[in-house]
Write a protein that binds this ligand. Sequence first.
Ligand SMILES: Cc1ncc(COP(=O)(O)O)c(C=O)c1O
Length: 387
Amino acid sequence: MIPLFDLTRQYLKLRGEILDAIDKVVSSGRVILGKNVSEFEREIADFIGVRCAIGVSSGTDALILAMKALNVKQGDVVVTTPYTFIASASCATWAGGLPSFIDVDLRTMNIDLDRLESVIKGEEGGINPKRIKAVVAVHLFGRTLDLDRLNRIQEELGIPVVEDVAQAMGAEWRMEDGSLKKAGSVGKISILSFFPTKNLGAYGDAGAILTNDEELCERLRMLRAHGSRIKYEHEELGMNARLDEIQAAILRIKFRHLEEWNERRIEVARKYGELFKEAGLDEKMEWPEPVDGFKGHVFHQFVVRFKEANFRERVIEAFKKREIGYAIYYPKPLHLQKVFEYLGYKEGDFPNAEELSKTTLALPIFPEIRDDEIEEVVNVIKNALEG
Ligand SMILES: Cc1ncc(COP(=O)(O)O)c(C=O)c1O
């Protein structure tokens, strides 16, 4: 059996250290907002290159808090991609606003930034630019969006950007001035998820919020804990959305390996690409290539696109027989979800997102996957598509 993702292989290597860290937290008696949370916050802020990081209970809560901190209210529009995890859009609804979608680019699978810019400038219909309060920019599957352009949207067009870095911790972008920046360093607010399968994953739910803005930082810290700065003084409506001290202790151990794990993911993606090419599969499918010179894609998922819809079914059948793990991200784009029916979208509104939902497949990828397993996955695909 070749799993899509394997939590156990990684755990077995770190088991002693992790059990020890959990034991220390519990023995200390300080299990909420202790030193592991504050030190982890410092470590990830330094790593991403922002002033402030706030550990929270999940990526979803991080997004909802980001919307609250940007004062998204009834009637406000939050623009995002229809081809992502539900939380990138539902956060707007939770804050009382309205999610609005812009189609993705077929190759990068990320939101089409040309369309986004022209919608904000009012050059395209569909969304009233005056009502746009924020953009949730998702670095999907680990591929960094153009950070120079996100910066321009924010600075020149005046729309705050919330970078959704749930799937792209450690991903980079080479800026126009030649410097390297990390995904999450540009947005007015950025969010991370440490869901167990993420590139940096906890053993439960966990997330973080990032910002360079001191005022927002303080407000978000307060919103994370019932809108309170001083015990039993509540300034505004907040949540219980704290990062757990045990999860923080685990994340600090795993964080030391993140760069090496991301490098291995990139190597795995490169190997898949080489083997696909050798097998002549470029006529039947497309796959994401690593970016030269910097970590422009950290392959949280390795998502390929088949050139004919029935190819996917054939490969899935073969994977089932050979017990190879796979996933479809995402089988139904967000504009067609029942929960967003009230937004009034219909089939055909976002053809690229719809096309991807019918033709893509996520293949096994995790740092501990062996080369012979990658070879086997490629062989099974090759045989399934032959003839
Ligand atoms: C793009 C994206 N945004 C937000 C989230 C929400 O994160 P969480 O599961 O930690 O709530 C996830 C994933 O799980 C995600 O993939």
